[in-house]
Design a protein around this ligand. Structure first.
Ligand code: GLN
Length: 512
């Protein structure tokens, strides 16, 4: 089998056995990126030189009988929201164009210690805000299954690069669905772990109480492999859980006999595409054939998920993004009219082109120039909802509803082990289809935001294709720290089906 088609588990084994060297492996994927990225735009930065040097070092150590890490030689792509000391980190924003962090994110450091080989940084919605990857300041990503369609977002580059065989594994982040939704729309597998399972240190913050990092790969088994490296306590992230990391790869191959899967009847209401509904129902049937039982469960407050998320996430974002003021790092506006370098002291309002001081002008213009329209929209929404007089009516109320949503999940998990359903109501939509209608874009997150609001885990994997050849995603959600069960159920499904093995035809035909 060619390396491009191999699973991460098999690639690691082939590298260990010496069937392929790390340099050969990196070269195959780097060549694929070079040939394909022009049409997909999945990567914002490719580190050919760094990857090959790293791979050569791994090969040399292996040859000399020195120890190598558990992922030695495995190519990995990183969403550009993760800090990397040796590659730029932009969050797909002009605000951070050319920014090079002084340190690696914890996840990056762990992967480095495991001897993974980073091939590059993947495209995304600016600051992870979006569901189509069209909010990137560096152009949209195209869905490898149909280049006229969006890959989903915000981890669109990570999803598309795995779907198009540019990397066997990519790392994504999920605040309201950003791993699971693009995985679903690109026909790959993506795991959003329990909040706190993976350290967020060095993940550029969007909404800190919701953000979580996770693996995106072709199969659940590959996600399990990556989780063993990236999960675990980090004293540098106060929300990271001090809980042992299980051997996920050893736990997954178990029958589903007696596993109770919940089905939420409201998930199948109006608005769900009939082909998606059919694919999802068939997935339940496969899981039942594997020994699971399916039961209706209620999530009574799920209908408030979108408004709750779209208050809490922008509120946290408005606070997190206050740090981009042009002073410390990031984009700084050129001194312009009324912004005199020698003007150090206070001037009255109106003197600096309507700004109360040159400093305020620098802040305002740097932010106006550096942020894109969706990021500005969220900052304004969040600032408004947090302002005196509105705080209780909006933010505090959203926090109370969030608690009810979490309680719904905990109650449901008294009677079932997992909750299954669609990831998105429709397959991949056309580029440009929703860009003029922010609300339509927000509604794309209907089935995914609850997982983040509740702080639990979720996995998305392909369960079929539409007649026109677009992937359909299935989602499973689980109680806190039940990642082994999520991976076990998804892996069992993938042993019984071949959907995750399909490759985009458009890519096979058009490698350039
Ligand atoms: N689409 C959602 C949003 O725009 C989720 C994004 C995410 O998970 N990072 O907020």
């Amino acid at each position: 089998m060619q390396p491009l088609e191999m699973s991460a588990v098999d690639l690691v084994a082939a590298l260990r056995q010496g069937d392929i060297t790390a340099v050969e492996c990196a070269t195959v994927f780097l060549d694929r990126i070079e040939a394909t990225n022009g049409s997909i735009n999945a990567f914002l930065a490719v580190d050919r030189e760094g990857a090959l040097a790293r791979a050569a070092d791994i090969d040399a150590r292996r040859k000399a009988g020195k120890p190598v890490g558990p992922l030695a030689g495995l190519p990995v792509a990183l969403k550009d929201v993760l800090c990397t000391a040796d590659m730029p980190t932009t969050c797909a924003s002009k605000m951070l164009a050319g920014f090079r962090p002084p340190y690696d994110a914890d996840v990056v450091a762990r992967l480095r210690r495991a001897d993974a080989v980073f091939v590059g940084k993947t495209n995304m919605d600016e600051f992870a805000m979006g569901g189509s990857n069209e909010n990137s300041a560096f152009g949209p990503v195209r869905n490898p299954w149909d280049l006229s369609r969006a890959p989903g977002g915000s981890s669109g580059g990570s999803a598309a690069c795995v779907a198009a065989d540019m990397a066997p594994v990519a790392i994504g982040s999920d605040t309201g669905g950003s791993i699971r939704q693009p995985a679903g729309l690109c026909g790959i597998t993506g795991l959003k772990p329990t909040y706190g399972r993976v350290s967020r240190r060095g993940l550029i913050a969007f909404a800190s109480s919701l953000d979580q990092i996770g693996p995106m790969a072709r199969s659940a088994a590959d996600c399990a492999l990556i989780m063993e490296t990236i999960a675990g306590h980090d004293p540098g992230d106060s929300t990271s859980l001090a809980v042992d990391v299980p051997r996920y790869t050893d736990l997954i191959d178990k029958p589903l006999t007696g596993v109770r899967i919940g089905r939420v009847p409201e998930h199948f209401a109006a608005g769900l595409d009939p082909e998606v509904a059919k694919g999802v129902e068939e997935a339940f049937a496969v899981l039942m054939a594997a020994g699971a039982t399916v039961h209706d469960v209620q999530l009574p407050h799920a209908k408030y998920g979108i408004p709750t998320y779209y208050l809490i996430a922008p509120c946290e974002a408005s606070s997190n993004l206050a740090r981009y003021d042009g002073a410390h790092y990031g984009h700084r506006a050129e001194p312009g009219k009324g912004h005199r370098a020698e003007a150090g002291g206070q001037r009255s309002a109106g003197q600096a082109g309507g700004f109360e001081s040159p400093l305020v002008e620098m802040y305002c213009r740097s932010r106006a120039e550096g942020f894109g329209p969706e990021v500005k929209r969220r900052i304004m929404l969040g600032t408004y909802a947090l302002s005196a007089g509105y705080y209780d009516a909006y933010y505090a109320k959203a926090l109370r509803v969030r608690r009810l949503i979490r309680q719904d999940y905990l109650d449901a998990f008294q009677t079932v082990d997992l909750i299954g359903g669609p990831v998105s109501a429709t397959p991949a939509f056309k580029l440009g289809e929703k860009t003029d209608d922010p609300l339509a874009m927000y509604l794309v997150d209907l089935y995914t935001v609850g997982t983040n609001l509740a702080g639990v885990g979720g996995i998305s994997f392909p369960c079929g294709f539409t007649k026109s050849g677009l992937p359909i995603g299935f989602q499973l959600q689980a109680p806190p720290l039940a990642e082994p069960l999520l991976l076990q159920a998804a892996d069992r499904f993938q042993r019984l089906t071949d959907w995750h093995r399909r490759r985009p035809q458009a890519m096979e035909g058009g490698k350039a």
